[in-house]
Design a protein around this ligand. Structure first.
Ligand code: FUB
Length: 323
């Protein structure tokens, strides 16, 4: 597969979390809708209310929609805005992690459980204790340990927190200060809570210095994803207002990580969000853009394209806009 391929045309989908479960590709995206809410920097126009699950037997084959698997109405503590989700499998159970605002408009991360990757997922009665902000991604380290990466600036509310505590007046640091970090936390054995306090996922530059808040081309904004390739951990993310997907590599799930480069140049739309997955010996980048909706930033469409590495393990940059 050399050319990017759109995957779903009967609804708008974004923020794909992709995993291979039982030999099949499963896609857990956000479900974009036309809510009529005007576009703003707080992301109020992303007013999503449920999740569908999709699967593919093969990368070039048909995409099956397994239908609605979780609705905001079924989450007792939820207010509005179901954003990027992810699913992890442990001991034959599937755990869906989802950020949604509570009834006071504060994002937390909830968990819902299923016996199958297709769902439906049954939500727990409360958010994960100590959770905040958005964009959970769960990485299975293959040794029984699972790590969650999360956080997002602006509408994702990460700037409101320091040391895992909400500040009365949370704001982004000044340009010369260290950038805010994505968070990493090990999950408890039951997969339902954090096993520890979330830690900063530090990204260093080529001189071993922490990336600065003013370094908008490289600093973390949202859309965490972790994968493992050839003995290295690859943390990838969106730079938000500069619309790049970048990556940094490290030697363990906590880091520190060192910035390496751009995976995907800007796409049509404001947000860019992805996952990276290996299937049958090849690597793929799943992401979204707004070409099918003629640039409506809140109506996005999923795509997949092959991702390639250079011999030194660096990722070949993919162009976000193509013919
Ligand atoms: O889909 C809503 C938000 O847009 C996600 O949580 C962000 O990562 C961005 O894609």
């Amino acid at each position: 597969m050399k050319n990017p391929r759109y995957l779903v045309d009967h609804m708008h989908t974004a923020d794909p979390a992709v995993h291979v479960f039982n030999g099949k590709i499963y896609i857990y995206p956000s479900h974009d809708i036309e809510s009529g809410i005007p576009e703003n920097d707080n992301g109020d126009h992303f007013d999503m209310r449920d999740y569908h699950v999709f699967s593919m037997d093969d990368i070039d084959g048909p995409v099956t929609d397994h239908g609605k698997v979780l609705d905001v109405k079924d989450v007792p503590w939820a207010g509005r805005q179901m954003w990027d989700t992810d699913v992890a499998c442990k001991n034959g159970k599937y755990y869906m992690y989802f950020p949604v605002k509570d009834k006071n408009d504060i994002f937390h991360i909830g968990v819902a459980v299923s016996d199958t990757p297709e769902g439906p997922f049954i939500p727990k009665s409360h958010p994960m204790l100590g959770s905040y902000s958005i964009d959970p991604c769960v990485f299975d380290n293959g040794n029984g340990d699972y790590y969650m990466y999360f956080g997002g600036l602006w509408g994702g509310q990460l700037q409101r927190y320091r040391d895992n505590k909400a500040k009365e007046c949370g704001a982004e640091p000044a340009d010369e200060e260290p950038a805010l970090c994505a968070k990493v936390v090990k999950l408890a054995d039951d997969m339902l809570e954090f096993a520890e306090e979330p830690k900063d996922l530090v990204i260093l530059d080529e001189n071993g210095e922490r990336l600065k808040a003013g370094d908008h081309d490289r600093r973390f904004f949202e859309a965490s994803w972790m994968h493992y390739y050839n003995g290295k951990y690859y943390f990838s993310y969106s730079t938000g207002d500069t619309h790049l997907l970048c990556y940094a590599t490290g030697d363990n799930p906590y880091g520190p990580f060192t910035y390496q480069g751009v995976i995907l140049t800007p796409v049509v739309g404001w947000t860019t969000h992805h996952s990276i997955v290996e299937f049958k010996g090849k690597w793929y980048l799943y992401h979204h853009d707004c070409v099918p909706s003629n640039g409506k930033t809140w109506l996005r469409s999923l795509k997949v394209v092959e991702l390639e590495y250079n011999e030194d393990g660096s990722i070949k940059t993919i162009e976000g806009i193509h013919n």
